[in-house]
Design a protein around this ligand. Sequence first.
Ligand code: TXA
Ligand code: MG
Length: 331
Amino acid sequence: MPMIISQLFQDSKSTRKFFVNCLNKGQCVVLPTETVYGLAANALDDKAVAKIYAIKGRPLFNPLIIHGPSVEFLEKYAQFHETAYELARIFWPGPLTLILNKKRSQDFSLASAGLETIGVRIPAHEIFLSIVRSLDFPLAAPSANPSNFLSATNAEDVKKSFDKLVTSYNADLPILNGGASLVGIESTIIDATNPAQLRILRPGFITEESLKSHGIQIFTQPSSQKIIAPGQLDRHYAPDFPIFLNVAKPKPNQAWLCLGPQDFQHDNIVMNLSETGDLVEAASHLFAHLHCLNKIYLSTQAFSSLAVQNIPSIGLGISIIDRLFRGSQKA
Ligand code: TXA
Ligand code: MG
């Protein structure tokens, strides 16, 4: 049966060279970013991009984010306007994706799923940047996880979710270990196709409050056009166990995902996103905790579902709730 064989590589000069070679040859590799790990390939090479879709089991209508080393580089492919330059100046390299009109509609036919727009981003991760700077093409890189499953914020979690996964073809998948992703939650996606009406398509590490504090106004009225952000399908980021949100007290057969100091004892598995209730720390632990719970669930069935404590719906809390809510939706 065709399957994925993955291999972990520790960072070194020769490892980086090897990964650059793989990408130049049209192979898919896994690279660390500050948000989550990415499954990367040459965005201009449809054959390479097709491997991303096959490895993830991702529907072809769901476009990929295009990553580059600089605004000058991404300008070759996307139509930047004043507001886009300003957002780039403030937040790049960093956890922000801008949806902009393409320069040429024939570019990225597969990576952009046939849309006239592309999502572009410059990640703030030294390893990723050094690799993408060594290439003469941009990288398409969705989160490095099978479609609809949890994103991964460390190399081991990537390996666990892909190794020996049965797919439509045999693939060697090198994973570059860059440690834990510091942000831990995917980039905020802003539809910036109309500079007068910026909209948040996916809440992420950069919050509406933070955008406002930089004088960036977000348009919150529902769009009359149907925005295609298929990654915002209801069920997404789903582990194998059921998730219940906004629970005050867990049942004995439930694992407990909580936030902040706890004033009762729970006799099943307890994972605290942040002992001090810090939302930044909570975001950085979210996917790693869910991966760990999934491993326990699959190997021991020590709990039958996950109860999640109420998470404040402010700032980064909104992005954390978004991921947990989508993970809680029934298949
Ligand atoms: O932090 C991140 O953004 C990570 C790292 C690896 O960069 N990447 C990531 O990619 O989360 P992915 O493929 O898991 O999520 C990308 C989302 C999807 O929901 C996709 O539908 C949306 O971006 N997207 C991509 N291009 C788009 C476009 N042109 N218009 C609307 N949505 C788009
Ligand atoms: Mg994803």
